[in-house]
Design a protein. Structure first.
Length: 270
């Protein structure tokens, strides 16, 4: 049974448009009556959802969330490392990848310039404040609303005189980020250092990832509109596709125990 369920999920995930039961039966070689039974189980546990027309199927939010929020940093980094290297090559500044998980935003990977004649900023890895760091701001602005509540701190820390800590002003700033599609940190964590980030939007979860660049304010800020944003927005699209594709593949091949438990099979062990 597990193999049939995984085959159905693979077929739904790989389809260019939502499929109905007849099409799933033809593509998987599973009898249509069996497809209906299996799809019902997958819908009941949230791994598959029925589209608005009522007869076609897409991956469910529960499956997407397991695939993406549970995915290891290593696999995400492997999927996006070429994108970050391209950012460094094009912009000659440090590039970073951030992710939302467990109610916080972490920088999980950094690529630095290789030109020994030019200084650069290394932002460090690990947790970053969503009210002050561009990577955190853009995720807070574009993440699914049900996940945003986990992220925003009710008592934000002031790092420099430029740090905004008033909750109402933070919300206004996030509205601006949503309006313009990017976030800037200008000396809000460390004076003289600026960063720019854009969302990496994932289907139905919003921006649980972001990419950006960081460097001296004197170099970053004058280049935001003409150089940095066009490159970041261009690279965010393939980054999202790479993360989502490899996450679905991994979830299909490694979450069989969770899947079996969800549809009434063997119990999940922890």
């Amino acid at each position: 049974m597990q193999e049939r369920l995984i085959r159905l999920l693979e077929t739904i995930a790989g389809a260019a448009t939502p499929l109905n039961a007849t099409e799933l039966a033809r593509l998987t070689g599973v009898p249509r009556a069996t497809v209906y039974r299996n799809i019902t189980s997958l819908v009941d546990c949230g791994f598959v959802e029925i589209t608005d027309c009522g007869s076609r199927y897409v991956l469910g939010m529960r499956f997407v969330k397991i695939a993406l929020t549970g995915k290891s940093d290593t696999h995400v980094i492997n999927a996006v490392s070429a994108t970050l290297q391209s950012l460094v090559k094009d912009l000659a500044e440090t590039a970073f990848l951030a992710r939302f998980r467990g109610g916080r935003v972490d920088l999980i990977h950094v690529e630095t310039p290789t030109n020994p004649a030019m200084s650069y900023v290394y932002p460090g890895l690990g947790p970053k404040p969503p009210h002050a760091c561009s990577a955190g701001k853009v995720i807070a602005a574009f993440i699914a609303p049900e996940l945003r509540a986990e992220l925003l701190d009710t008592h934000p820390i002031r790092f420099t005189p430029n740090t905004v800590t008033d909750p109402q002003q933070i919300e206004r700033d996030l509205n601006q980020v949503r309006r313009y599609g990017y976030a800037i940190c200008d000396g809000e964590i460390e004076e003289g250092v600026a960063s720019v980030a854009v969302p990496v939007n994932i289907d139905r979860l919003g921006a649980i990832f972001s990419i950006g660049v960081v460097g001296p304010s004197s170099r970053i800020l004058p280049a935001v509109q003409n150089r940095i944003l066009p490159v970041l927005t261009r690279e965010a699209v393939p980054a999202a596709a790479a993360i989502q594709h490899c996450s679905v593949i991994e979830a299909e091949t490694t979450n069989t125990t969770t899947l079996a438990a969800a549809v009434g099979g063997a119990p999940t062990t922890h």
